[in-house]
Design a protein around this ligand. Structure first.
Ligand SMILES: [Zn+2]
Length: 289
């Protein structure tokens, strides 16, 4: 699993490799039951959450377009049908392109900024992303908060502005106390921050700190890429990376270049996070270069 996440993130961090096609035959969904009628389906390093019940089947994120047949087959094997609802945590292709394979009857729910980004062509890491056709754009959007009463749970969709992208939402299953945070956290590594589409490293860390206070003790956290996390982990991760941001800002004010900052002794304690993105990449995002 770790290896797949790593391969995925290397691809994400490497513009030349981003168009490389994986061997689809070797990619299989990994299914983990996390609560009653609730599963994670991890496919090529992307974690989607499925909840089934009397009111229907809801899926959080829908992965890559090319893997959508495998993902929908996995949902069918668990729930006996396609999803009725797809909640998209943000606009990135590894989370929403599977929406293009959904039935038109499937109700797609997202933040309004996510829908806006999907409604026209975008570019990310040098790759052009075509607009989603009108019929497959999110059907329901919201700005701050949306609550679904479904399958005996209260499912809260909450927007945290301007961290990973401009349209980030988290999905909280209140009774089960499960929280899917999309790409607001990349376990154990510098996160990807989509600065070109409203992301900001410092705000991302502030949003994570806010999440720690917004959700109750014992919340089980799942993210787009990586293992289950705790609020304590999120607090420490955000705190650590905020420290790195402060150091970067202070060295930058003294006129240091990103590469001088990345090689400075003050930054070396954060080298452990340089998994998919280097220290210099992280410095570059923080100083906006
Ligand atoms: Zn993302």
């Amino acid at each position: 699993m770790k290896k797949i996440v790593f391969a995925f993130l290397l691809t994400l961090g490497n513009v030349a490799a981003i168009n490389a096609q994986p061997n689809l035959d070797t990619i299989r969904p990994e299914i983990t039951q996390i609560a009653n009628q609730t599963w994670l389906i991890t496919l090529y390093g992307v974690t989607n959450l499925v909840n089934a019940g009397d009111d229907g089947v809801l899926m959080v994120d829908a992965g890559y377009r090319m893997l959508a047949p495998k993902l929908f087959a996995a949902v069918d094997s668990l729930a006996g049908q396609k999803p009725d609802y797809i909640v998209s945590t943000h606009w990135h292709f590894d989370h929403v392109a599977g929406n293009l394979a959904a039935d038109r009857k499937t109700v797609v729910i997202a933040h309004e900024n996510c829908r806006n980004l999907l409604s026209s062509q975008q570019e990310i890491l040098g790759r052009k992303m075509e607009a989603h056709p009108d019929s497959l754009l999110p059907d329901i959007t919201f700005t701050d908060l949306l609550t679904l009463y479904l399958n005996g749970d209260t499912i809260v969709l909450k927007h945290y502005a301007g961290g990973h992208t401009t349209g980030d939402i988290v999905v909280w299953f209140k009774h089960k106390n499960l929280l899917h945070v999309g790409d607001l956290i990349f376990e154990g590594m510098f996160p990807f921050v989509d600065v070109a589409h409203g992301g900001n490293p410092k705000i991302l860390m502030q949003n994570l700190t806010q999440i720690v206070t917004d959700f109750p003790a014992g919340t089980r956290i799942f993210c787009g890429h990586g293992e289950e996390l705790t609020l304590k982990y999120v607090a420490e991760y955000a705190d650590d990376l905020l420290k790195s941001i402060k150091i970067i800002e202070s060295l930058s004010k003294k006129g240091k270049t990103p590469s001088e900052i990345a090689t400075s002794p003050e930054m070396q304690p954060f080298a452990k996070y340089a998994v998919a993105f280097s220290l210099e990449d992280w410095v570059g995002r923080v100083v906006g270069r």
